[in-house]
Design a protein around this ligand. Structure first.
Ligand SMILES: [Ca+2]
Ligand SMILES: [Ca+2]
Ligand SMILES: [Ca+2]
Ligand SMILES: [Ca+2]
Length: 264
């Protein structure tokens, strides 16, 4: 009996010591989330999803694996580029909502694999938080680590792309994320845009979603204001040299710490 009580206590997430670093405490809905992925975030009202700032500025972008060198990014002011995100899970999916303040919207300029040079949002997952030996300039993604970038095409439709490991290398394939059930949408606003993403958990998490489950997570936003190359980038965690596209070193975490009933 005593052992059973100890076991139940250690399972209580509130009893675990505070974790260090960037942790987003995510609620798990007991049933399907009442969220339509259309870029309109009004369906997030009343959901228990805390607003978290995307508060770090990347000073260098597109750091080369070969040379370690990258492009200098110009630091944005808050109306130029700033943002926040929310996240919630249901038994089958993770949902992410973003609000991005951006004074000039540039969408649909870039070809597939290159939408980081337009206005775009990026989310990243590490499905198992497997320990790694990190080294500068090395690809350390494993099979459950991935990047998902969302932008808009010239036709106003959402475009998804992003890196995942195939063999030893990172690749992006047109339509791959959509074929795995991911959805994204962006809605333009007078002050910038809102974005919504749905990512089936089966793509990267092997265990059932329940209290205490942790996954690696990152959020970043690219800003292009004048066409051509990207101007600036912000990041949830302190990935100042924009390296999350090939390493999980700078990822924060989602921690499922409560289970709630859908309100609608
Ligand atoms: Ca919506
Ligand atoms: Ca992993
Ligand atoms: Ca912009
Ligand atoms: Ca561009």
């Amino acid at each position: 009996m005593l052992q059973a009580m100890i076991a139940s206590v250690t399972f209580l997430p509130m009893g675990t010591p505070a974790e260090e670093g960037y942790i987003y405490h995510i609620a798990l809905l007991a049933g399907p989330a009442p969220i339509e992925v259309d870029g309109d975030l009004s369906d997030w009202e009343g959901l228990e999803a805390e607003v978290e700032p995307i508060g770090n500025v990347c000073s260098v972008g597109n750091v080369s694996l070969a040379t370690g060198e990258g492009e200098r990014l110009s630091p944005p002011d808050s109306s130029d580029l700033s943002g926040s995100f929310r996240c919630i899970a249901d038994p089958e999916n993770f949902y992410v909502a973003l609000e991005v303040r951006d004074d000039k919207l540039v969408f649909g300029e870039e070809k597939f694999t290159q939408t980081w040079n337009d206005d775009s949002v990026e989310i990243y997952f590490d499905g198992d938080l497997a320990p790694k030996e990190y080294a500068e300039g090395r690809i350390d993604y494993d099979a459950n680590d991935l990047q998902i970038r969302l932008s808009l095409g010239r036709d106003g439709r959402a475009r998804l792309e992003g890196n995942a490991l195939f063999g030893e290398k990172l690749f992006m394939f047109p339509g791959l994320w959509e074929s795995l059930g991911m959805e994204g949408a962006i809605k333009e606003r007078p002050w910038g845009y809102t974005a919504e993403l749905k990512v089936p958990k089966i793509v990267f998490v092997a265990v059932p979603l329940m209290l205490g489950v942790r996954v690696g997570f990152q959020v970043m936003v690219n800003d292009d204001d004048d066409g051509g190359r990207r101007d600036s980038k912000i990041s949830w965690t302190e990935d100042f040299r924009d390296q999350s596209w090939h390493t999980t070193k700078y990822f924060g975490r989602l921690l499922i710490d409560r289970k709630i009933k859908p309100s609608r």
